[in-house]
Design a protein around this ligand. Structure first.
Ligand SMILES: Nc1ncnc2c1ncn2[C@@H]1O[C@H](COP(=O)(O)OP(=O)(O)OP(=O)(O)O)[C@@H](O)[C@H]1O
Ligand SMILES: [Mg+2]
Length: 484
């Protein structure tokens, strides 16, 4: 606190005020009396000069003027001849009633000097009236002397009064000065303290605090600059944070992609391992003529063809998926009737349903519903869901295809009876190569890519989709936007 600007300013102003008051007091006590005296002397000399200029040996002409001067001076005037005859005696004051020569308050030496033509100034203590007098005597004419005298007791008294008065004034000035100094120091340092608060917040990277600019002086300008700096820093740090976050995100993404790539390669090689081993084994068998009869030979060939087909499907699916992920696949968006499409797919699958003794129900309310999308890709979605339904059918061996006409969308559901998908795995079935029952998938030649492809297609269409475990089976659903 002792080092604060407020304190320094307060002390400075207070000291300055004290110094002024002290100087004032010193000058007052030391020099005021002297100054008064000088003034008095000057006026005595001035009036004596005036009287000299007025006087032309006729006393009556100037008597009124002399009385007037006496009043102004607060003293009296005596004019006497060298031989002691009084030409003029003041009508009041110290000169009246005196005996010849006695009322002239001058020393003998003084009188002689005057007589020699010199103007003299003396102080004189009047023994009768007990007052101090200031006397100025000068030759008026060749044979007359002018004496002006004034009491200086009044001066000493006034100076004494003034001194006392200045003590009070000094004390009051000091008190008021201190209050003003305190107020001013406070007023001056308040904005600096506020600026410091803002700067401290900025140092802690909190840019929400701003300096309220109330003045246009240097501090106001500094405040504005600080606010500007705060805004710019805030902006720069936000940008930096954003860039940093993005960088972290990118690194994380990159890491995930790398992981996925590794997983993908291992999954692909894993998928290919079995068919290649089978093909190799059976081909070697054929080569070594292990299969004796024709029937076994054709079985060997069938296995080889079957496995080759699986590999072919895998490669085809992989290609499609990679195309979709790289955005290299072109969708031909059209408005088409979804009911016709569902019926077409159903017609294609009818023999398979029959062969596998599956009952299929199509639940639709309308004859025609126009939707927007790529009909070929939507067919692929339907085929994938139906194929999955066929492969995982159980229970009553039923498949329900529902087409619900909702406000702006059409909801399609493909449900098969059978075992539900374990809840903890349900969210993973859309991932590439994810299969819940691997041996069962292998039986029907599943690679685990079907739902990933479906996901890609539906995402492109901006559709919602999902899977629901129901009491007696599993329902896959997706939505399509209606078209005009
Ligand atoms: N209707 C369903 N009922 C139960 N499980 C299902 C059903 N549909 C899919 N699944 C599970 O989801 C996994 C992933 O399905 P997806 O269609 O992606 O692969 P897939 O059918 O095994 O192979 P692909 O479709 O590539 O031939 C399946 O292996 C299966 O475990
Ligand atoms: Mg499938």
């Amino acid at each position: 606190m002792r080092n604060s600007i407020r304190m320094k300013l307060f002390m400075g102003i207070t000291c300055f005020a004290l110094m002024i008051v002290s100087l004032f007091w010193i000058f007052n006590t030391k020099y005021l009396e002297r100054y008064y005296m000088e003034q008095k002397k000057e006026s005595l000399i001035k009036y004596s000069e005036k009287i000299k200029s007025m006087y032309d040996n006729n006393m009556e002409d100037i008597e009124n003027e002399l009385a007037r001067i006496e009043n102004i001076l607060g003293g009296n005037i005596t004019i006497l001849k060298v031989d002691g005859e009084y030409l003029y005696i003041s009508s009041f004051g110290y000169g009246r009633g005196g005996r010849k020569g006695q009322n002239i308050p001058l020393t003998r030496e003084g009188i002689e000097r005057v007589l020699s033509g010199e103007g003299i100034l003396e102080t004189f203590y009047h023994p009768k009236f007990h007052v101090k007098l200031l006397v100025y005597a000068a030759p008026l004419t060749k044979d007359s002397i002018l004496v002006l005298q004034t009491s200086i007791g009044a001066i000493e008294e006034s100076v004494e009064i003034a001194k006392n008065f200045y003590i009070y004034i000094g004390i009051i000035s000091c008190i008021i000065g201190t209050i003003i100094a305190f107020w001013y120091a406070n007023r001056f340092t308040k904005p600096i303290i506020k600026l410091n608060h803002v700067a401290k917040s900025m140092a802690n990277l909190d840019f929400s605090k701003k300096y309220e600019v109330h003045s246009n002086d240097e501090i106001g300008q500094l405040g504005e600059t600080m606010n500007d700096l705060s805004n710019k820093l805030d902006c720069a740090i936000t940008q930096l944070n954003e860039a940093n976050r993005k960088l972290k995100e990118d690194i994380e993404k990159e890491r995930k992609i790398d992981l996925l790539r590794k997983e993908f390669i291992s999954s692909v090689s894993h998928e290919l391992k079995t068919p290649i081993a089978l093909i190799q084994g059976y081909a070697e068998g054929l080569m070594d003529d292990v299969a004796g009869d024709e029937e076994s030979k054709s079985f060997y060939c069938e296995v080889i063809m079957d496995e080759a087909e699986k590999m072919g499907k895998l490669v085809k699916d992989l290609l499609e998926l990679s195309k979709m992920e790289s955005g290299n696949v072109s969708f031909e968006m059209k408005v088409f009737d979804i009911i016709t499409l569902v019926e077409k797919v159903y017609a294609k699958y009818k023999p398979i349903f029959k062969e596998k003794s599956i009952d299929v129900y199509i639940d639709k309310e309308d004859k025609e519903i126009k939707v927007k999308g790529d009909p070929l890709k939507i067919e692929q979605v339907l085929v994938n869901f139906i194929n999955n339904g066929i492969h995982h059918i159980g229970g009553e061996r039923k498949i329900y295809i529902s087409i619900r006409n909702e406000d702006e969308k059409v909801r399609l559901g493909i449900k098969n009876t059978g075992e539900p998908i374990p809840e903890e795995e349900i969210h993973r079935i859309w991932d590439s190569f994810y299969k819940i029952d691997k041996s069962r998938a292998r039986e029907y030649g599943g690679t685990g890519l079907g739902l990933s492809i479906v996901k890609g297609i539906l995402k492109f269409h901006g559709s919602s989709f999902g899977v629901l475990n129901q009491e007696d089976g599993v329902e896959f659903w997706f939505e399509l936007r209606k078209g005009e």
